[in-house]
Design a protein around this ligand. Structure first.
Ligand SMILES: Nc1ncnc2c1ncn2[C@@H]1O[C@H](COP(=O)(O)OP(=O)(O)OP(=O)(O)O)[C@@H](O)[C@H]1O
Ligand SMILES: C[C@@](O)(CCO)CC(=O)[O-]
Ligand SMILES: [Mg+2]
Length: 389
């Protein structure tokens, strides 16, 4: 079976409020970043399937005859997951970076093509996002896999016309991409809420509650500083840790989750006010207070880290407020910059954070969701890396 070549990308995300609580049915507010993951799928006639994942130093190839056929299942198929665990040699159930990425690729590939002839192809992925640092790298990866493999299987069309540089899919196709990306996330995260793959699919800012996605179109432009503490962590482990704590102390943790829910609601209200009335210092004071309160709650949930405490302390010394974003336990934090925050203050803060050994950069938010690209519309660095394979 011959498939069409395709180049796609999907954005990472920052969660403003609601990480972890969203796994337990509370609201999360999340926004896409202008940092993306790029995937190129190339048809081959070598009779094998190859994946090149340079960010995680994973380069694998299987002969088509080695791959057992799976069935296109609507829900995560535990039998296929179990067979894939055996196939890639998972023994004690713990998955390393490379195994998780491999399993989610094989799962989607075999589910989509398993009922027919398996196509010979090479998939190469490169990302601007730090891997496993809270910026939704797993979701951007899963969304790219889902979009490219769904196109290759013919389940959705390739939207790019000859004259386009980039193109997106219709709502129905995006929903299909999102649902397959969610299955990829289930392999990587264990018990994802689906907020990360929703942002990777639709982009922009959205409110997420129990699988329901509401795009927030009226939001002010926010300036955000992203800091990567570079402390490695696994979302799967952290999500399980919070769940254990909730099960152990339900009467203590339930009010915390309810409070986070109220923080998301209050933040949404402040953001909406900021688009309908003149923005005042009071709006920013409120946003900052919400950030501080939520960071305390996240510590109570058990997903803080001394490096994140350092981030909050160092930025507060410059009058700026920070919280972890994503699963925590290390990884990344966000710092809100006020419109009047002078660039000299931002520069001094960035330097302070770099002196702590962190990576730090001011980023814009609200990048588009998953899209198909012509090769000309992709950043030079991405083309350069993907062309190596
Ligand atoms: N560029 C990539 N290439 C291959 N695999 C990737 C890539 N980016 C992420 N992954 C997969 O996703 C895993 C990281 O997922 P994890 O959910 O722990 O972190 P995250 O998505 O960056 O953070 P968060 O879920 O808190 O936003 C990696 O171990 C790897 O399996
Ligand atoms: C920690 C978490 O809430 C966000 C990870 O970005 C997990 C999830 O929602 O799947
Ligand atoms: Mg993730």
């Amino acid at each position: 079976m011959q498939v069409k070549d395709i180049l796609v990308s999907a954005p990472g995300k920052a969660i403003l409020h609601g990480e972890h609580a969203v796994v337990h049915g509370k609201v999360a507010l999340a926004v896409s970043l202008n940092l993306r993951t790029y995937l190129r799928l190339k048809a081959t006639n070598t009779g094998n399937v190859r994946i090149n994942l340079p960010n995680i130093d994973t380069f694998l190839c299987w002969d088509l005859s080695e791959l057992k056929e799976g069935e296109a299942a609507k829900r995560l198929d535990p039998e296929l997951v179990r067979r894939l665990h055996d196939f890639v040699g998972v023994t004690n159930g713990t998955l390393d970076t490379s195994t998780m990425a491999t399993l989610s690729f094989l799962y989607i590939y075999l589910s989509l093509f398993g009922s027919g002839e398996l196509p010979s192809l090479t998939v190469s992925v490169w990302s601007e996002l730090p891997t496993g640092a809270g910026l939704g790298s797993s979701a951007a990866y899963s969304v790219c896999l889902a979009a490219a493999l769904l196109c290759a299987s013919g389940a959705i069309p390739t939207p790019l016309r000859d004259w386009d540089h980039t193109a997106r899919w219709c709502q129905e196709d995006l929903e299909l991409i999102n649902s397959w990306a969610f299955q990829g996330e289930m392999i990587i995260h264990g018990n994802p809420s689906g907020v990360d793959n929703a942002v990777g699919t639709w982009g922009g800012m959205l409110r997420f509650l129990a699988g329901k996605i509401i795009p927030l179109n009226r939001v002010p432009l926010l300036r955000i500083l992203l800091t990567n503490t570079k402390v490695p962590r696994s979302t799967k482990v952290l999500v399980a840790r919070v769940t254990d704590r909730i099960n152990k102390f339900p009467s203590i943790m339930t009010p915390v989750l309810n409070s986070v829910d109220a923080i998301s609601g209050t933040c949404e209200k402040v953001l909406s006010e900021m688009t309908s009335e003149p923005i005042t210092g009071e709006h920013y004071n409120n946003l900052e207070e919400l950030i501080d309160i939520n960071q305390h709650h996240l510590n109570v949930m058990g997903v803080g880290h001394p490096a994140l405490d350092t981030l909050c302390r160092v930025t507060l010394a410059r009058g700026l407020h920070s919280k972890l974003t994503g699963a925590g336990g290390g990884g990344c934090g966000i710092t809100l910059l006020r419109p009047e925050t002078d660039s000299s203050v931002v520069q001094a803060t960035v330097q302070d954070l770099k002196d702590c050994g962190f990576d730090c950069w001011e980023t814009s938010i609200g990048g588009p969701g998953v899209q198909q690209h012509s090769p000309l519309s992709v950043k030079e660095q991405a083309v350069e890396v993907l062309n190596r394979y």
